[in-house]
Design a protein around this ligand. Structure first.
Ligand code: BTN
Length: 266
């Protein structure tokens, strides 16, 4: 797919400026192209005094989404980046980490002047009910030093040349002027750093209420498709460990992975 000619890659110096006094907590790299930022950052060592090591790609040639799907994006039209974060040593299966990341993303985007941000379990950010950002969290590293690779794809612009997929939206649909990528990135990184620090201190428990206030599907009939099973029920929020709580009749089931969609009323 040919790229629009206008957009230059995000400017690393402007991102660092946007991070202000906290810039020293981050390492920020910008590359013109890579296959997938999640794959490229996988072997990066996080320096001891770095909170988040960030890799931003202007263009991804093999971007990956959840559950083995591909993530298509057009350079300049979206942000594609990954952050390497040291996992707390006691974090077993970090099911809740994508929820913390989604919350941080929603809060950051809201602070740019956009409202109607909600969260779709486990890791989509919705704007006015449409997907504006997706998150792919993967865990890697040795048993003693594990790290989370937090991949984020965010739709910045809608253009005539490259329309967004059905059910998707872009920040530019909701703002009077197109957002500067560097401002958006710095805003997200600062909020992500703050929410990850909360997560490191107290796990997802302390963030659960804030997540549930943005839950797009709370109290709604949904269908959840896992690898080889479909659950039907009503969303009852999330547990402290990030599991989705689904009520079917008198039973509440804990769901740890799957795709949620609204179930048509019968
Ligand atoms: C999803 O909604 O399925 C998750 C999409 C995650 C896409 C981002 S783009 C940056 C990072 N690199 C990848 O290959 N994927 C993530």
């Amino acid at each position: 797919m040919p790229a629009p000619t206008l957009a230059p890659p995000p400017d690393q110096a402007l991102i660092l400026r946007g991070l202000g006094v906290d810039a020293a907590r981050f390492v920020v790299e910008v590359v013109a192209e890579c296959a997938s930022t999640n794959d490229s950052i996988r072997t990066t060592d996080i320096a001891p005094d770095t909170a988040l090591h960030v890799l931003i790609a202007h263009r991804q040639t093999a971007g990956r989404g959840r559950r083995g799907r591909s993530w298509e994006s057009v350079q300049g039209q979206s942000l594609t980046f990954s952050c390497a974060w040291r996992l707390p040593n006691d974090a077993s299966a970090p099911v809740a980490l994508p929820l913390t990341v989604g919350l941080a993303l929603a809060e950051a985007i809201e602070s740019l002047g956009v409202s109607q941000l909600t969260l779709k379990w486990p890791n989509d950010v919705l704007l006015d009910g449409r997907k504006v950002a997706g998150i792919l969290v993967e865990v890697t590293g040795s048993q003693t030093q594990r790290k989370a690779i937090i991949g984020i794809g965010l739709n910045l612009l809608r253009t005539h040349e490259y329309p967004l997929p059905d059910g998707a939206t872009a920040l530019s649909d909701h703002l009077p002027t197109a957002p500067e990528p560097e401002t958006v990135l710095a805003t997200i990184l600062l909020r992500l750093d703050a929410r990850l620090a909360d997560h490191r201190k107290g796990g997802f428990t302390a963030l659960r209420e804030a997540w549930q206030q943005r839950d797009a599907f709370a109290g709604r009939q949904v269908s959840i498709r896992g690898d080889d099973i479909e659950h039907l029920g009503v969303c009852e929020g999330v547990a402290d460990d990030g599991a989705l709580l689904l009520r079917t009749g008198q039973t509440t089931t804990r769901i740890l992975s799957g795709d949620v969609s609204l179930r048509a009323a019968t």
